[in-house]
Design a protein around this ligand. Structure first.
Ligand code: PRT
Ligand code: ZN
Length: 286
């Protein structure tokens, strides 16, 4: 038996490009081949299995694949014995209940004895039970959003991202049942060798993901402002401060979190910072 780690990713669909990009950013190169089900990595003990996302939880539970990348919505719906190891930050969406635009919404009780079309009967059933609502769930596998207009259901429970599909089908989102993003799942009993490879992979994923939310910042500042600026820019340990050729001036280098970026820039300018450069970080290892 091969001790290479096998990872299942979506063959084609909304997750496949980002899943492949993540492996690439982790420095993993794959042997390409059209229409192949299995691609070995050339520089890491890993093999990639290309599957439909719905099949991934079963493959990982059975140990045919050791890991998989898929939406949390599918993980929760399939109820297989797998471990969710890491959120991956892409394919963000929500599973929501929606009703015809013209109807008022008063709360989950409104779904009592109604027909709801969904591809997520388990998640929806659990949600309704928790709300004390009994409804008739119609499990359909595609084009859920057209169910109310053809008289098949009173409401739908479907994946929403921009909301435009609901809108163009005359529906409005009224209740978020769950939020979802892509996650890495693993088999519950990996051998020691596979566990070690998984740890290496998780270390790389962490470095890639951390870098996505951070920027490298370089600025010039008068020497007397450096301590105030260092307090605004804590960096990984502390900022790098280098004297400039011009007397009394320094360059300060640090790392900022993207979400605090504009707020920090304003504070830095108030302290006299100028010539501010902000550059992306490719990998970030703490
Ligand atoms: O063929 P396979 O079974 O592998 O793929 P699939 O068709 O089942 O899945 P795919 O590729 O459509 O989606 C894979 C995963 O992407 C889902 O399980 C979610 O975790 C995630 N994701 C993120 C989405 C969306 N965004 C999304 N917008 N999945 C589906 N949609 C659909 C939704 O069903 C609806 O029809 O897009 C429409 C809504 O989009 P908006 O932007 O109009 O709101
Ligand atoms: Zn699917």
């Amino acid at each position: 038996m091969s001790d290479k780690l096998k990872i299942a990713i979506q063959k084609s669909g909304r997750l496949s490009d980002d899943s492949k990009a993540l492996l690439r950013e982790c420095g993993i190169r794959l042997q390409n081949g059209k229409n192949r089900l299995l691609a070995p990595a050339t520089n890491f003990p890993l093999e990639v299995l290309y599957l439909r996302d719905d099949d991934i939880p079963q493959y990982v539970e059975d140990g045919i694949a050791d890991l998989g990348i898929l939406g949390e919505n599918v993980v929760l719906e399939k109820q297989k014995k797998v471990t969710v190891r890491q959120k991956l930050g892409f394919a963000r969406c929500r599973l929501s209940l929606a009703i015809p635009k013209s109807e008022n919404y008063t709360g989950p009780q409104q779904f009592q004895a109604k027909k709801i079309a969904t591809s997520y009967p388990t998640i929806l059933g659990d949600f309704l039970t928790a709300q004390g609502v009994e409804a008739e769930i119609h499990n359909i596998s595609g084009s859920v959003e057209i169910a109310p207009s053809i008289g098949l259901a009173d409401a739908v429970c479907d994946i929403v991202s921009s909301g435009s599909t609901l809108f163009s089908n005359g529906l409005k989102e009224v209740e978020v049942v769950m939020k979802s993003e892509a996650v890495l799942i693993t088999n519950t009993s990996l051998n020691t060798e596979k566990q070690a490879t998984l740890d290496q992979l998780l270390f790389r994923i962490d470095a890639v993901n951390r870098s996505k939310y951070s920027k490298y910042i370089i600025l010039n500042a008068p020497r007397e402002a450096v301590s105030a600026i260092s307090a605004i820019l804590p960096g990984m340990r502390s900022p790098t401060v280098v004297p400039l050729a011009e007397e009394g001036w320094c360059a300060v280098h640090s790392v900022v979190q993207e979400e605090r970026f504009w707020e920090i820039i304003d504070q830095l300018r108030q302290q006299g910072a100028e010539g501010i450069l902000v550059v992306p970080i490719e990998k970030m290892i703490l």
